[in-house]
Write a protein that binds this ligand. Structure first.
Ligand code: HC1
Ligand code: SF4
Length: 567
């Protein structure tokens, strides 16, 4: 028999790992802070309690279902225990909710409301600790931590880093960076994945909205938006649209209403990157040097290599990320095109990524004291700004990107999901190597959800081997296997965030179980709306080479589009 009785109704087990999963299958969303289906079970928050007849009250996340069990999810005792748990959390919490960065999506607030907590019966025991503001990408407020440990498990189990972990015991227990250091002083790579799973405002992205408002309202400043590929499939979620809804047109209309002078597409720069990086890869391959070629567009991955695998720095592509290429290009080219001095042009990048905040501040990307990208805001921050301005996003008529830097092919758009860079590089290199038009555009062999994927392609009598990785723990596993001679590749794409930028640390939190797949699908749908699909066909990029950059990989391209990371 495989039947369990949930609130007296029969439910058939189908391989669920624990009672919580089985109960959720019946349509009951049990409350929890510390259960994340992608992470190991910790069982600390005691909110998912259920009563099993004959056994008493247990945590459903850590109890496997057994045939014949009779389970009750909301007895009077359980409801009271859950309320007490929430009240204890609140008694040890800095409840400055109206000004908290996570106020829109705080699980503690949501649960307090949902469970009917209308008063806290315990006296506050909060002893305020300093807020850790040391990172360029995230803020850590220990006064809001509920000790669920989701952040620490995300950092170690998915990213393989362990920049934060539990420390001390009893009332002193805390989740902290190692050795009492600040988060900006340890090996944190700024991916922001911990901020996505943190149920409260204890870990948040570091906002830069005020600086952008200043730039937009200063009449002397010419403010340009550079919008990363993955923003268009998530910004709508902030305004009630389903995950993956493509809302490029409304987003552009909103940016114009906010006061941006020009709105450009980072996908343009992604096409440029593919041409530069694809050519660099082919050169390395024919010379047999610096292989495997590792991508370098993900700043969290680059920092990870610098910290943990410095011997691989030489294998990273010398190409700047599309965003940083774009910043350098716009700062160099735009002043002439729009007849405005360089110091008055401000480039604001709008990205799904918290690590881009760190990348923009790297010394490699600052010239004469002026950064190539002036400010980086995330999808979440753009949503806040649109709301703050009172712009009715859902009612906007769609608008389009500005030219010439708003023109892209679908290859530039799919950069925003894991495998997208590889597919774009394939569309470029396979045509180049075969010297004839591509027979097919879609390289479905490199798509998918698995954390480590591989695909080989035969061309001109030889084979090119690709690997695609997302999640830094997977990258670590792949690097170890390569070093042990257990596998070999020519080209390896690494994105730090699970499934790539569509799931970056600056994207809105979404509790729909398949939101990553929906956003990925949205990116491919967005790509289908383009006329052109190969980076080498981007007429505006080609014009840029002819009129301004010169040769691919030439002197001007090297100066603006490439860099060298140092050990
Ligand atoms: Fe990404 Fe990229 S795809 S890194 O995720 O290579 O942020 O979206 O802008 O630079 O193009 C992010 C997204 C982004 C870069 C590009
Ligand atoms: Fe770990 Fe990423 Fe959070 Fe840093 S930002 S603590 S690396 S999960």
């Amino acid at each position: 028999d495989t039947t369990v009785y949930i609130n007296n109704r029969p439910v058939v087990m189908e391989g669920e790992r624990n009672l919580l999963e089985l109960i959720r299958k019946t349509g009951i969303d049990l409350p929890t802070f510390c259960y994340q289906s992608d992470l190991s079970v910790y069982g600390s928050c005691r909110l998912c309690l259920v009563e099993i007849e004959g056994r008493g009250i247990v945590g459903s996340c850590s109890t496997p279902p057994e045939a014949g069990m009779r389970v009750h999810t909301h007895t009077e005792e359980i409801r009271e225990l859950r309320k007490i748990a929430i009240e204890l959390f609140l008694a040890n919490h800095d409840s400055n909710c109206p000004t908290c960065l996570k106020s829109d999506d705080c699980q503690l607030q949501n649960l307090a409301r949902r469970l009917g907590v209308d008063a806290v019966r315990f006296q506050s025991v909060l002893v305020k600790k300093p807020i850790d503001n040391s990172s360029p990408a995230i803020i850590r407020d220990p006064n809001k931590c509920v000790l669920c440990g989701d952040c620490a498990r995300m950092c170690s189990e998915i990213q393989g880093i362990g920049a934060i972990d539990f420390a001390h015991r009893g009332h002193d227990a805390a989740v902290l960076p190692a050795f009492g250091k600040k988060i900006g002083e340890v090996e944190c790579v700024n991916c922001g994945q911990c901020t996505i799973v943190c149920p409260t405002g204890s870990l948040c992205l570091k906002p830069e909205m005020e600086e952008v408002w200043k730039s937009l309202t200063d009449k002397q400043t010419y403010t340009v938006a550079a919008i990363a590929p993955a923003v268009r499939v998530a910004i709508g979620e902030i305004f009630g649209m389903e995950a993956g809804a493509v809302s490029t047109g409304q987003m552009l209309a909103a940016l114009k209403l906010l006061g941006f002078d020009q709105v450009y597409d980072v996908s343009f720069a992604a096409d440029l990157t593919t041409i530069e990086e694809g050519s660099e890869f082919l050169e390395r391959r024919s010379a047999g040097v610096r292989l495997p070629h590792f991508t370098s567009c993900c700043p969290a991955w680059v920092k990870y290599v610098e910290h943990f695998h410095p011997h691989l720095i030489g294998n990273l592509s010398t190409c700047k990320s599309p965003l940083q290429m774009f910043g350098a290009l716009l700062k160099d080219r735009l002043p002439d095109l729009v007849q405005i001095p360089r110091e008055r042009v401000k480039v604001v990048s709008i990205t799904p990524c918290t690590a881009k905040k760190f990348e923009a501040k790297r010394p490699e990307f600052t010239h004469d004291g002026i950064p190539d990208i002036d400010h980086v805001i995330t999808t979440i921050e753009l949503g806040r700004m649109i709301k703050a301005a009172g712009i009715q996003f859902n009612d906007l008529s769609p608008e389009s990107f500005d030219m010439p830097f708003g023109f892209s092919t679908s290859a530039g758009v799919i950069f925003g999901n894991s495998g997208g860079v590889t597919e774009a590089v394939l569309r470029f290199t396979m045509e180049k190597l075969s010297n004839k038009p591509l027979a097919k555009l879609d390289f479905v062999e490199v798509r998918g959800e698995s954390g480590i994927r591989e695909a080989s392609f035969d061309i001109g009598g030889s084979t090119i081997r690709f690997a695609i990785v997302h999640g830094l723990k997977n990258a670590k596993m792949l690097i170890t296997k390569i070093a042990a001679g257990k596998c070999a590749y020519d080209f390896v794409e690494v994105m730090a965030c699970p499934q790539g930028c569509i799931n970056g640390g600056g994207q809105p939190v979404n509790h729909v179980y398949n939101y990553k797949q929906l956003r990925t699908r949205g990116l491919f749908t967005a790509g289908k709306m383009f006329h052109l699909h190969k980076p080498q066909d981007n007429i505006m990029v080609n014009e840029c080479y002819q009129q301004y950059l010169g040769d691919v990989g030439g002197a001007k391209a090297q100066q603006l589009l490439h860099t060298h990371y140092k050990n």
